[in-house]
Design a protein. Structure first.
Ligand SMILES: [Mg+2]
Length: 267
């Protein structure tokens, strides 16, 4: 009886060794070591932050109905200008003022767009509404190198991170203003990878909500991508992510190479 039990144990050990050798039984196995996160609408809820900061700025400028009257126009103007920024047609500091210049022109408001923009950015830096699951995801990936990459205003993003519970979890915070290039330009990734000691591209992945900056940027540079798409938008414009998710927590399984049923194959 005893010898049979020993044999069974040997068989079991042999199987275990084979699985480990084949890489199929490794609790520490991770597919990706470097996880690059976008900030706005990926880790932070930008709509909430923008709403609060705009409201506060309009109140400061004694425009109590400003938000209600101008928010829709502001979003439309802003969207056009952020697309221009991704295409390198406008610099960030120009965008910051230009959106309010166009807004006030459209609504006939006699306000200084420079000072209004500066107040708005101050308020924005204080808004730290995290997306659902952000803390849990980052907390589960502390054995990876976590990186922020943003096209947003450096001072604002740093202030928001510092004021939030996730601020100290990142190895590098890559700000497009400092890199001299914005997503989706591959040069911002070159800049980030140089800072990270040139890690392997195949062990790196970017997570973001924007097809045109995050996913296109990852594609341009040649790393895998996770498109965080909670509103299930249609992937137009011919930009294809490696993975698409609706719940931020799914990033953990992707990074660990443990994508569940139906997600084994990248898109
Ligand atoms: Mg974003």
């Amino acid at each position: 009886m005893e010898s049979k039990a020993v044999l069974r144990n040997i068989d079991y050990l042999r199987l275990l060794v084979q699985l480990i050798y084949k890489g199929e039984f490794n609790v520490n196995k991770k597919k990706y070591e470097i996880v690059i996160f976008d900030i706005d609408d990926t880790l932070f809820d930008f709509s909430l932050s923008e709403h609060a900061a705009l409201h506060n700025t309009f109140m400061e400028y004694e425009m109590p109905t400003g938000f209600a009257d101008m928010h829709d126009s502001y979003r439309a103007i802003s969207k056009v200008l952020w697309n221009d920024l991704e295409q390198g047609k406008i610099a960030l500091h120009e965008l910051g003022v230009e959106r309010f210049r166009r807004l006030f022109l459209e609504h006939g408001a006699d306000k200084d767009p420079h000072s209004f923009s500066s107040s708005y950015l101050q308020y924005l830096g204080k808004e730290t509404h995290l997306m659902e699951g952000a803390v849990e995801v980052l907390g589960s990936l502390t054995d990876c190198q976590l990186v922020i990459m943003t096209n947003g205003f450096g001072e604002v993003q740093k202030a928001r991170l510092a004021n939030s519970p996730i601020g100290n979890l990142f190895e590098e915070i890559i700000i497009s203003e400092e890199a001299g290039y914005q997503k989706p330009h591959p040069a911002i990734f070159d800049y980030a990878f140089a800072k990270l000691g040139n890690p392997l591209k195949e062990r790196s992945i970017i997570v973001g909500d924007s097809l045109t900056s995050d996913i296109q940027g990852g594609n341009n540079f040649g790393i895998d991508t996770v498109w965080f798409n909670p509103k299930r938008k249609t992937a137009s414009k011919g930009i294809r992510p490696t993975y698409e998710i609706q719940d931020l927590l799914e990033v953990v399984d992707i990074v660990k190479g443990q994508t569940g049923a139906g997600k084994e194959e990248p898109l």
